[in-house]
Structure formats: structure tokens, C-alpha cells
Design a protein around this ligand. Structure first.
Ligand code: THU
Length: 157
């Protein structure tokens, strides 16, 4: 079943939150700030930022920070996700691990909005490629994915 499509006001709030979320980034090693925001089914917006570590591999991306915050506080159904960085092209998309993490909690038709650092309020367009946003579904970003349903398949060892 498809989730309801967010309104343009919800997209604007979600994008603003993803841009604001970068302020919470702790990225002294890469100096690459990322902010993410999730729109929950009940209309809440939950932010996350990347948090790095002196043991580099122990860092966590913005998208997973947001998901871990949301799920651990009781929200695990989402209508859309926005991701921002300080890169002016809308080209920074969730990494492979984050795509899989998102897959656990989102339908394959969930829109993921990649946001330019120079996005101005009101620029969101529902079309897939705008000047300052690119919107793709989770299924487009992670084709032929492995999700919770696959664990229900009959096995014949
Ligand atoms: N990063 C994210 O937070 N999300 C992504 O989707 C891509 C990468 C972070 C991880 C690391 O802190 C920095 O960006 C550079 O890789």
C-alpha cells in the first residue's frame, strides 16, 4: 500500500529541517556536514546530523542519526526524507548503509529529497529534478533490495 503524498508545505518544512540539521553535525575529521530530516506519518519532523569519531569507522551518518532518534522515540513510519550538505548541487544522496537502514522503515515509494546547500524557501518542485532539489524514491536508490519481507520467504535447505 502506498503512503500518502506529503503536501508542498510539508516538503518545505522537511527541507528547512534538513538544512537546519547540519548545525548539529560533528564532523571535525571530514569537515563534510550532512543534515537529514524525516517526516513521520503523524506529521512530525525529526532531524539528524552526521556524528564522527576519532576512530573513523565508528562515525554515523545524518540519515541513521535521524532514524535512530525517531525509532527509539516511538516513530517508525515515514512519509518522506530530506538530505542536505554544504554542496551547492543537489547531488548528495544517502550512502549504501543508510539506504539499507532506510529500507527497514520506509516503503519503496518513499520520496527521498536531495537538497542543495543554496536552496531557497519555496523552490521545492514535485518534478524529479529541480535546480536545487532532486527527488528519487527509495526503490530507485536501492533496486532489488533485501528487506524484512525476504526473511518471510519459504526456505528449502
Ligand atoms: N555522510 C552522511 O552523513 N550521509 C551520507 O549520506 C553520506 C555521508 C557523512 C559521513 C561522514 O561523516 C561524512 O559525511 C563524510 O563521509
Amino acid at each position: 500500500m502506498s503512503a500518502p503524498t506529503p503536501t508542498s508545505e510539508q516538503y518545505e518544512s522537511l527541507i528547512a529541517a534538513a538544512l537546519a540539521a547540519k548545525e548539529g553535525s560533528y564532523a571535525p575529521y571530514s569537515k563534510f556536514r550532512v543534515g537529514a530530516a524525516l517526516l513521520t506519518v503523524d506529521g512530525q519532523i525529526i532531524k539528524g546530523a552526521n556524528i564522527e569519531n576519532a576512530s573513523y569507522g565508528a562515525g554515523i551518518c545524518a540519515e541513521r542519526t535521524a532514524l535512530v532518534k525517531a525509532v527509539s522515540e516511538g516513530s517508525n513510519k515515514f512519509l518522506a526524507i530530506a538530505v542536505s550538505s554544504d554542496v551547492p548541487t543537489p547531488s548528495i544522496s544517502p550512502c549504501g548503509i543508510c539506504r539499507q537502514f532506510i529500507r527497514e522503515f520506509c516503503a519503496l515509494d518513499t520520496p527521498i529529497v536531495m537538497v542543495s546547500s543554496v536552496y531557497q524557501a519555496g523552490e521545492y518542485t514535485a518534478s524529479k529534478e529541480g535546480d536545487t532539489t532532486v527527488t528519487m524514491t527509495l526503490g530507485e536508490l536501492l533496486p532489488m533490495s533485501f528487506g524484512p519481507g525476504e526473511l518471510e520467504l519459504e526456505r528449502r535447505p
